[in-house]
Design a protein around this ligand. Structure first.
Ligand code: WTA
Length: 645
């Protein structure tokens, strides 16, 4: 494939950026024309951030899978679309060509139809990292069903909440998923999520681990049986549904500052164009290269840069089922060596955890095929950046530091590999079409005087094609969360610095959202989960710096002595019960690293918890707690400080 919109040098970047700002509609129309549309759009862009109401390529008709599959068949039919590397290194990898992937997606589209799925229905995908997950995603897109992938680490309760919020009637899952030495019983977790559920009509179960599962008559069917039936009918092609550019493509739940995760909605046309554009430009993808993004398809990174971005560009995407440290800390390097990987994209957490094993796991691994490295999900510290650059990239490979969010659909700030300058721990320059500004708490734009570096809350002035359109079922929530803090602007929730060159450095969330190992978790969400434990009176959760995870969770909890504590319990038992509760309610990813039982929390006279103080205590910065005179009971602070873990 040829990408006429691929930026080749710094001057081209500046020119593209300029054009994109002067006339966004013309700029994006010139990119979008290189895709397959059944009918060309009438209006490129209409928008109003106050509602918010954003429409790209209105009147355009397309199906994203025709862009990810059909249009490649003639030239790339026999090229690998997916290389799958299993959890255990002694199991055989699988290679799926574009032709084969197209056929499988068509067949599974038929399976969905046979099971009663209709255009616009919501389908929940709760699967491990196997090619069938990508096939299920694409089959939903092909028939116009809205997929909602739920990461395999979420609990039954979380799944149940998401099913209800999305009004999903269909689930595709696996018997289990291999993750390192563990076997996660996905179908059993789904069964727990479905206790008492009256709305789910069908659960399609794909075989992976042979974990024993209970199959309920009339509701549960096997993926393999359903596919066999379609294959036996000789079906290898199913026509793609014609979608409006603004029809929803998927819902992906993400944490915010309130207790309940939000279903971020992306639509077909704009998301496709932007996913592809950023994939081709940020990574500077060249035809034939092998792209390895280590994210899970359950997160936005896996949607955009394992699935839709690479496949729409006719790339070869590597899907890895396992974890970086199984069976040992050389696993990623073995995969790069074995599959001759050219582009490697991972999270700073993974880099830091592998760095801790020293350089021995890299010895004897041939990493000479690597050309581009990338990071995503959290700020990367300079030490980790240099280790990545020297030990993995052998000082030959540019590192792209890509800043973006579930809500943005694709990268908004990043250097373009080898094309625009890189600067360790800085995400650097905005992508074409992305108009950034920094504001103070009152929403006033901050502007630099001379060469100074300024800091502020990161906002965006105008829409790019893959901006979220709404939060599912609750448009007002979308407005309040993203567009009401600073009227007329999209507020990212992040703080940032901007230097004299216009480079941006993301400093982290300024709202009540934590970023633990690159996973977004709302403090209110964790507090809600903790508060569900019978003995908990009240809790307050804050983040603190962690050498590997970036941020970790510190919970201050008021616990009322119960039977267990008074008779044979201990603080340790109480704490493990609380951890168990969080695991049940959200999933193990939200477990606090530290729990401190306290008798009171610092509150203002109006009853508001002073998180600023707790954050400082958790960070170990107890010398400078700021003003505590407005506290209802200043004594409580001392007590908490004395008991600090
Ligand atoms: C953070 C992940 C610094 C940021 C794609 C953002 C980053 C949140 C970077 C979104 C980066 C993401 N440098 N921070 N390169 N990339 N973040 O929705 O705080 O899971 O708001 O999307 O991750 O997380 P999400």
């Amino acid at each position: 494939m040829h990408y006429p919109y691929q930026i080749k040098n710094l001057a081209e970047y500046h020119a593209a950026y300029q054009r994109s700002i002067e006339d966004p509609a013309a700029f994006w129309a010139s990119v979008a024309e290189h895709f397959t549309w059944r009918k060309k759009w009438d209006t490129t862009l209409e928008w109003n951030f106050n509602e918010p109401d954003v429409k790209w390529f209105q009147g355009g008709k397309l199906n994203i899978t025709e862009n990810c599959l059909d249009r490649h068949l003639e030239k790339l039919g026999n090229q690998p679309a997916i290389i799958w590397e299993p959890n255990a290194p002694d199991e055989q990898p699988r290679v799926i060509t574009y032709k084969k992937l197209h056929e499988k997606v068509c067949q599974f589209t038929q399976v969905l139809k046979n099971n009663g799925v209709k255009k616009g229905d919501r389908v929940c995908l709760y699967m491990g990292m196997i090619p069938e997950l990508a096939i299920a995603v694409l089959a939903c897109a092909r028939m116009g069903a809205i997929h909602s992938v739920v990461f395999g680490g979420f609990s039954a309760q979380s799944i149940s909440d998401r099913l209800q919020d999305a009004g999903a009637e269909f689930i595709v899952t696996c018997d289990g998923a291999f993750r390192g030495g563990k076997d996660i019983p996905l179908k059993n977790i789904i069964d727990d999520a479905l206790i008492g559920n009256q709305t789910i009509k069908k659960v399609i179960v794909c075989t992976r681990t042979r974990t024993p599962v209970s199959m309920i008559k009339g509701r549960d069917v096997w993926w393999e049986d359903e596919m066999k039936q379609v294959e036996e009918q000789g079906i290898t092609y199913v026509e793609a549904e014609e979608m409006d550019a603004e029809d929803p493509l998927f819902i992906l739940y993400t944490s915010g500052s309130t207790g309940k995760p939000k279903g971020v909605v992306h639509t077909c046309g704009g998301y496709m164009v932007y996913a592809n554009y950023t994939f081709v430009n940020v990574f500077q993808y060249q035809p034939g290269q092998i792209h390895f993004c280590t994210a899970d398809i359950g997160w936005i990174t896996g949607h955009t840069y394992i699935t839709y971005g690479p496949l729409s560009a006719g790339a070869t995407t590597l899907i890895f089922e396992g974890i970086p440290t199984y069976p040992n800390a050389g696993r990623f390097w073995d995969i790069i060596d074995k599959h001759r990987v050219n582009i490697f994209y991972t999270a700073p957490t993974a880099i830091r955890s592998l760095m801790a094993f020293g350089n021995a796991p890299l010895e004897g691994k041939d990493l000479s095929t690597l050309e581009v490295l990338g990071t995503v999900g959290e700020p990367i510290n300079e030490e980790a950046w240099h280790w990545y650059h020297e030990q993995v990239g052998k000082k030959r490979c540019p590192i792209v530091d890509t800043w973006w969010q579930t809500e943005t659909g694709g990268c908004l700030i990043s250097n373009l590999a080898g094309v625009t300058p890189e600067k360790p721990s800085w995400a650097t320059l905005p992508m074409p079409g992305v108009q950034l500004l920094l504001v103070d708490e009152n929403g006033n734009e901050k502007l630099a005087e001379g060469d100074e570096t300024i800091s502020g809350n990161l906002c965006i002035k105008a829409p790019w094609p893959s901006i979220l359109r709404t939060t599912y079922g609750d448009h007002e929530r979308c407005r309040i969360n993203y567009f009401a803090t600073y009227p007329g602007l999209y507020f990212t929730g992040d703080g940032a610095l901007r230097d004299k060159d216009g480079f941006y450095r993301i400093t982290g969330r300024v709202d009540d959202v934590l970023n633990v190992s690159g996973h977004r978790i709302g403090t209110a969400e964790v507090e809600n989960a903790i508060n569900m434990h019978a003995g908990v009176v009240e809790s307050a959760v804050v983040g603190f710096p962690h050498p590997v995870k970036g941020q970790a969770i510190y919970a201050f909890i008021i616990y009322q002595g119960s039977h267990q504590q008074n008779t044979h319990g201990s603080d340790d038992l109480i704490k493990s019960d609380i951890l168990q509760t969080v695991t049940r309610v959200i999933g193990a990813i939200a477990k606090p690293d530290k729990i401190q039982l306290v008798s009171g929390l610092p509150k203002t006279r109006s009853g508001k918890i002073m998180r600023r103080i707790l954050r400082k205590i958790a960070e170990g910065e107890t010398d400078n707690l700021g003003d505590t005179t407005t506290l209802l009971d200043p004594g409580v602070v001392e007590e908490i400080m004395n008991g600090k873990l």
